[in-house]
Design a protein around this ligand. Structure first.
Ligand code: HEM
Length: 538
């Protein structure tokens, strides 16, 4: 599949060598009826019957992992749904072009409040568009999820701060349907703001024919944002660039697994070389890309203007619940399906913690040892997510969810083919870490493994610096501003102007991440588990 030096033999651990076809999923209509892509599309939730190729995406037999672009699709995602669903696309265009403001903005003027109320009224008036036709194409379903999820976040976050949150039927019904077919939660996920939210910065020449060029990290532009700010685009594109560079990591993992199958002296030397290459990639290229966040995303813009749009139900100030209109109504269930029977459970906001690339690194290196502790067992969670084995850590104590549970939970927000990929990776019969432990007298191998683990720890150190810069710093500045205001008020001088117009309401708990986590404790725990995963020489 990936271009690495050839293994000394071929292994059974495979994700296919075959690159997916260059076809924008317009449907396999030009293919002969006997072609495998002409087979009826399998039920997304149930998957294909035993022994039948999964054709839900063109690269599905590859777990939707492309040899050139990894977890990113190899060609630009569908930019607009067909005209039957134009009302959704227009509502999204309007929300963006009208620059709708967060409902929590202090001193929001009446004109802005009216503008967003008119927009929400327009959304409530959209007819309930049928979605069954979308089922014919994974790419259309993805676009529908993206558009509806962005609409819902615009809808919820423009509401006045204390109002109840009722997602109207024109969004709730199709979003719950599409989400159930994709097996994704019904809100914005990393796939909606990163994986399927890009186009070419420099498009191919209009007259060029042939396959789409492979997207390169420096040739990406972002399609949809809440704020139209360069900071927001840069935020999403930083993750996208990491995904594209990460393809090399997937290739090195594959080559390592092939060599682990052979496991002679030459194979072990090659594994050591691949692990050193992985260490350079993760500790160098990926970490540098992560730190480049600082080149184009302003911390205060991120914290005050961008981040509040991501809130999931668990980060809502005042613990307000999200009501999906129509859920539990028997007539709606009969008309629109079982997905309307019970309220959805997974409603945490998007996070790059939902990147399958980083989870794949954890699983491959065997540093996902925190997972089993939380579950009391190893292996696969009932929801198809992947845990590890061994000792673990707890994120917060006092009833907090453990770091392991949080990492597993993030997998529920990944496209299901990527989840299947992680399952496949964790079912590897020759796990690398066990191999290194068994060969612990091989100094070169142990050193190389430890270099790769340490590089992942370096990546996590850099991530904690970024989080400190983008969340902890701005939130402290808000707190400091509040103290000044309070002190000034106390002496009757009134320093309200210090915060006026600059600071967005921060009534949310400052310690919570987009996933509702006590994030610094969580991130440090994951980092420390990574650091402690080095193997001692035997
Ligand atoms: C301004 C930039 C960023 C901020 C403020 C940020 C913030 C956070 C926070 C608060 C969490 C805790 C979980 C949650 O609440 O969702 C988290 C987790 C995570 N983030 Fe980021 N993040 C940023 C950029 C990135 C980027 C570019 C990546 C690269 C893929 C990334 C990868 C991860 C991963 C993998 C986790 C899970 C924990 C771990 O594996 O160490 N983040 N992030």
């Amino acid at each position: 599949m990936f271009s690495t030096p050839g293994p000394s033999s071929v292994d059974s651990t495979s994700w296919s060598e075959t690159p997916p076809l260059h076809n924008n999923d317009a449907g396999p209509s030009n293919l002969p009826p006997t072609h495998f892509l002409s087979q009826p599309r399998p039920e997304a939730e149930a998957g294909p019957p035993e022994g039948v190729v999964d054709t839900t995406t063109l690269a599905a037999h590859d777990f939707d992992v492309d040899p050139r672009t990894g977890f990113m699709p190899p060609q630009p995602p569908l930019a607009r749904l067909p005209c039957e669903w134009e009302a959704w696309e227009v509502a999204l265009d309007d929300a963006i072009s009208q620059k709708l403001c967060l409902g929590s903005t202090p001193d929001l003027d009446e004109a802005s409040r009216n503008l967003s109320e008119r927009w929400r009224e327009g959304v409530r008036k959209i007819s309930i568009l049928p979605t069954s036709e979308l089922k014919a194409s994974e790419v259309m379903l993805r676009r529908a999820h993206l558009v509806l999820a962005w609409l819902m976040h615009f809808y919820i976050n423009t509401l006045p701060p204390a109002s109840s949150i009722v997602i109207p039927k024109p969004i709730s019904i199709p979003l719950l349907q599409v989400s159930s077919w994709l097996a994704l939660p019904p809100l914005l996920t990393y796939s909606d703001d990163v994986l399927y939210n890009w186009r070419y910065l420099k498009p191919p020449h209009p007259l060029s024919t042939g396959p789409f060029p492979t997207p390169a990290p420096d040739n990406l532009a972002c399609v949809t944002t809440f704020t139209s700010t360069p900071s927001e685009s840069h935020f999403y594109l930083t993750s996208a660039r990491i995904e594209l560079h990460g393809v090399r990591a997937l290739a090195l993992m594959k080559a390592t697994m092939d060599e682990a199958f052979v496991r002679d002296a030459l194979a072990l030397r090659r594994i050591a070389a691949y692990l050193h290459a992985l260490a350079r990639l993760v500790g160098g290229v990926l970490t540098d890309e992560l730190l480049r966040m600082r080149e184009g995303c302003a911390p205060d813009v991120f914290y005050h203007q961008i981040r509040p749009w991501f809130k999931g139900e668990d980060s809502m100030p005042g613990a307000r619940r999200w009501v999906f209109e129509g859920v539990g109504d028997e007539a709606v269930v009969r008309a629109h399906g079982e997905c309307m029977r019970a309220p959805p459970k997974d409603l945490s906001g998007p996070s790059a913690g939902q990147s399958a690339l980083v989870h794949a690194l954890n699983i491959f290196l065997g540093v996902n040892v925190y997972a089993a502790h939380a579950r009391g067992k190893s292996g696969e969670g009932g929801d198809g997510s992947v845990s590890g084995s061994g000792e673990g850590v707890s994120a917060g104590g006092g009833g907090e969810m453990s770091a392991g549970d949080l990492m597993i939970r993030m997998q529920r927000y990944m496209p299901r083919h990527h989840r299947a990929f992680l399952r496949h990776l964790s079912a590897n019969p020759r796990p690398l870490r066990a191999l290194v432990q068994e060969e612990s007298s091989n100094m070169d191998l142990v050193e190389a493994y430890n270099a790769a683990v340490t590089a992942l720890k370096t990546f996590r150190d850099a991530h904690i610096r970024i989080v400190t810069l983008y969340i902890v710093g701005p939130s402290r500045r808000v707190d400091a501003g509040r103290k000044v205001d309070a002190a000034a008020a106390a002496v009757g001088k009134g320093h309200a102007s210090l915060s006026k117009g600059k600071i967005i309401s921060t009534e949310e708990d400052q310690e919570k991440g987009t996933g509702g986590t006590k994030f610094i404790t969580f991130l440090k725990n994951v980092r420390d588990v990574t650091a402690n995963s080095v193997v001692s020489q035997g």
